[in-house]
Design a binder for this molecule. Structure first.
Ligand code: AN0
Ligand code: CP
Length: 317
């Protein structure tokens, strides 16, 4: 595997899930595969889980790791072409990327949507340039429109906890004080449909996601109705995708916060969230602390999804 930016890069999902469970049973099995190979992780945005779990995955495989926080100590990078660089950015991404490629074998990139222009964000310009100019295999650590390492970990988690062959999985919008990208819900919808689950997406009017990611899921505007009979509740905030409202917060309606009353409508569903999560906005303390909350095992599986992806990339070098 040379690139990992979407569910389509993983190929046969059942095979990937089998590989994930074998790796989870023996995560150091390939500890010499990455000998003398270097992973470079490039962060344009903050991270806790992705930073730690991907680094741990690389160590499982015997790799060396370099982490670059672009906004902490590196030169500020210009990303646009055709500009006169007389401002505060001393270096252009088009030199920085091939230079980074000189020092490593595989590159992971975190670059969130700017939420200013839908066309720009959905063109995946930044990770696309890493693919084009680094000369290295590249994987997403959450790019503008997707978070595939999270989507993969979420499916691994659902496979571990599901009580029926085809569980009902509900992705619910919940309120948040800051505008957030659609990357996580896009990937969750796409990976859970690909896994063959019954997928329902619920959100207030105006929060419709790009159909390319939700195709195969049912959209239900009544959150209570969506929760009925659910086996998994996956909460997440996102900003508007549609039209002129792109990147905007259209609702702060706290009646969408996931609480015990709503969880009682489900089939004793498990609660999931990619984290970081704001309590009192997305979910109540009671629900996230309940025995049905699987947010920690879900985060733990980030190490597993990253180990599978890095292993496959090392095998393709
Ligand atoms: C980010 C997001 O919503 O995309 C990262 C989640 C993994 N969340 C925040 O910025 C709070
Ligand atoms: N879930 C996730 O990607 O978390 P971080 O933003 O902390 O990496």
């Amino acid at each position: 595997m040379r690139y990992f930016t979407s569910v389509s890069d993983i190929g046969d999902l059942s095979a990937a899930l089998r590989e994930a469970s074998a790796i989870k049973a023996d995560r150091f099995r390939y500890d010499s595969l990455g000998r003398n190979k270097t992973l470079m992780m490039v962060f344009f945005n903050s991270s806790l889980r992705t930073r730690l779990s991907t680094q741990k995955a690389a160590l499982n495989l015997g790799m060396n790791v370099i982490v670059l926080d672009v906004n902490a100590g590196a030169w500020k990078l210009e990303t646009e072409r055709g500009v006169i660089m007389d401002g505060d950015k001393p270096e252009h991404l088009l030199e920085a990327i091939p230079v980074m490629g000189c020092y490593c074998d595989i590159i992971g990139v975190r670059s969130f949507a700017g939420l200013q222009s839908r066309d720009y964000d959905y063109s995946e310009e930044v990770i696309g340039r890493f693919i084009k100019y680094s000369g290295r295999p590249v994987f997403s650590m959450e790019a503008a429109t997707g978070h595939p390492l999270q989507g993969f970990a979420d499916i691994i988690t659902i496979e571990e906890y599901k009580r029926s062959a085809r569980p009902k999985v509900v992705l619910t919008w919940a309120p948040h004080p800051k505008a957030l990208p659609q990357a996580v819900p896009n990937s969750f919808a796409q990976w859970s449909v690909a896994a063959g689950y019954e997928v329902v997406v619920t959100h207030p009017h105006g929060y419709e996601l790009d159909e390319r990611f939700t195709r195969g899921a049912v959209i239900e505007y009544d959150q209570d109705k969506a929760f009925e009979g659910a086996d998994f509740i996956y909460a997440k905030n996102w900003s508007a995708y549609a039209g002129d409202n792109y990147g905007k917060i259209l609702s702060a309606d706290r009646s969408w916060t996931v609480d015990s009353r709503k969880m009682a409508l489900t089939r004793d569903a498990f609660f999931m969230h990619c984290l970081p999560v704001r309590r009192g906005m997305i979910v109540t303390d009671e629900v996230i602390e309940s025995p049905r909350s699987i947010v920690i095992p879900e985060a733990a599986n980030r190490e597993i999804s990253a180990t599978v992806v890095l292993k496959r990339m090392l095998e393709s070098l």
